[in-house]
Ligand binder design. Structure first.
Ligand code: AMP
Length: 516
């Protein structure tokens, strides 16, 4: 039996992983040598246990070089932390990268001269066939970081027969999925790669037709992909390259069951790339369950931090003063002059209310939230992108992934649910080394966020208003009083029992159920 076929068998992979067989030999073995060794060897399991598994799975396209001192210097200079084994050198420029010529000339045509920081380390890891976790902020060039290795994967390996996609990109929102599609379209006709973007809220029949006519890359939101998988419109049996973009956001939005269902349908000899802005335990569980061994690359501090090119202004006010404060921020901004302004509110109702209030003050504004149809959302975003309307009011639908040039100001009318979301929201400005300004309003109701916000401001060397420090102190004092009251009422043991009860009832992700 051909070694490759033997290795592609699900039960063999299961055997290897269940028995925790470790990669023993190091270095690169050419596939010819491997096959010769295989033929002369009577006991194939001996080879399996003494050769890097991923090599056997035919996933390594290029050799891995030892890390040179230059690499270490480059990583230190750019605040890149790498965790894992067999980590290839970063690509410091495109000419010396190991990309095939068609990718290099595509990048030249796009006017891309050198990799961004995340690309410099994710490209070589992805091309080496290893699973990858990238912790990086938005706007760092993530999309090409995973799309270009996907093209190489499709072009340089032979896929199984069938019509399903060879590569899958999962993204949390329609907007992000559409944006990834726009980037993919840049190379699809040039490199003869068929891409389809599937997302909820748009016509199902048209998307189904495209899927069934054969496709290389599917870019999908988890819900719509699940629909098509359940209805057998497509399947992932050919899909050996999977990207989870903004994994933390997808989990936040409750897509974990759909992601797991999709991943359970991809073959075992696959490569998974996961991008996340944060690294909470839910994302770690997912990585542990599906990626097994992976290389992790953190760009910047592992603690979530704000882009230092953004001036962060904090306004503490009373709930009933919010609209007045908002208007005065708008007047100040208008006085100084602005490019594009993105305003965030937490609810659809307030998005509509603020859009109306802005229009009443003769500021041309458009609003976007989940109740708008896909067509409306596309039209609104296009208007904003083209600069036909320079003020966009949005719920968190537009918080991440929205790549619009020229946003000079972000205003948080409401403070978001988490400080991570705060960083993502303000990150819509100050992209690509430009300067940006953020204004954020907080009321007493946001007191619980004050402490974390202070840490973010401190890290970014921003001014910390005394009122914010007072808000944080008042919250801590309140909490202390509450906990004294609780411990008097129930005693410590009762409290601890509650915690035990909660942790034993948490869903546990048994890795054996999901992994390989
Ligand atoms: P992304 O994080 O993928 O949304 O990319 C943010 C922006 O950076 C997009 O406008 C890309 O076109 C741009 N970009 C991506 N890679 C590079 C690169 N290597 N050099 C310059 N710009 C880039």
């Amino acid at each position: 039996m051909a070694l490759n076929r033997l290795l592609k068998r699900r039960d063999l992979c299961n055997y290897l992983f269940k028995n925790n067989i470790k990669q023993i030999s190091k270095g690169t073995v050419s596939s010819n040598k491997l096959t010769n060794r295989a033929l002369s060897c009577t006991n194939q399991m001996t080879i399996l246990t003494s050769t890097p598994l991923r090599l056997l799975l035919n996933h390594r396209f290029y050799s891995i070089k030892a890390a040179y001192e230059d690499d270490v210097r480059y990583r230190n200079e750019h605040n890149i932390t790498v965790i894992g084994q067999d980590i290839p050198s970063p690509y410091i420029n495109i000419d010396s990268s190991e990309f095939p010529d068609y990718i290099k000339s595509f990048l030249k045509k796009q006017g891309i001269e050198k990799p961004t920081i995340i690309q410099s380390q994710s490209w070589p890891v992805a091309l080496s066939g290893q699973n990858f976790v990238g912790i990086a902020q938005t706007g760092t060039g993530k999309t090409l970081a995973f799309l270009l290795p996907a093209v190489v994967h499709i072009k340089e390996t032979t896929g199984r027969k069938g019509l399903g996609p060879r590569a899958l990109v999962l993204a949390p929102t329609r907007e992000l999925a559409r944006q990834i599609e726009v980037v993919a379209k840049d190379f699809s006709s040039l490199l003869n790669i068929r891409c389809v973007c599937i997302y909820g809220g748009a016509h199902r029949g048209k998307q189904a037709e495209l899927l069934q006519s054969g496709v290389d890359i599917v870019i999908a939101t988890p819900g719509r992909l699940n629909d098509f998988l359940v209805s057998n419109t497509t399947n992932l049996s050919r899909c050996t390259y999977v990207v989870l973009d903004e994994a933390d956001r997808m989990l936040d939005m409750g897509f974990e069951p759909q992601i797991r269902q999709a991943l359970n349908g991809v073959p075992l000899e696959r490569q998974i790339l996961m991008f996340s802005a944060t690294w909470p335990k839910e994302v770690r569980h997912l990585a542990k369950d599906y990626l097994g061994k992976y290389v992790q690359v953190n760009v910047g501090s592992t603690e979530l931090s704000a882009n230092h090119n953004i001036e962060q202004n904090i306004h503490i006010c009373l709930q009933e003063e919010k609209i007045k404060t908002f208007n005065s921020i708008m007047h100040n901004i208008s006085g100084d002059g602005f490019g594009k302004v993105l305003v965030f509110a937490n609810t659809k109702k307030f998005v509509d209310m603020l859009t109306l209030a802005l229009k009443r003050n003769s500021w041309l504004a458009v609003g976007i939230h989940g109740d708008k149809t896909q067509l409306q959302r596309d039209t609104i975003i296009n208007k904003f992108k083209k600069g036909n309307c320079n003020i966009l009011v949005a719920t968190d639908v537009a918080a991440r992934g929205l790549d619009v040039d020229g946003i000079t100001h972000v205003i948080n009318y409401d403070f978001p649910n988490t400080t991570e979301d705060y960083i993502h929201r303000i990150g819509r400005t100050g992209r690509q080394q430009n300067k940006g300004v953020a204004h954020t309003m907080l009321t007493n109701d946001d007191a619980r966020q004050a402490r974390n916000l202070i840490a973010i401001l401190k890290e970014a060397n921003q001014n910390i208003p005394v009122e914010l420090e007072d808000l944080s102190r008042s919250y801590s004092a309140d909490k202390e009083q509450q906990s004294k009251f609780k411990s008097r009422q129930y005693g410590w043991n009762a409290n601890r029992r509650f915690n035990n009860y909660r942790s034993s009832n948490k869903p546990s992700y048994n890795s054996n159920n999901y992994r390989y």
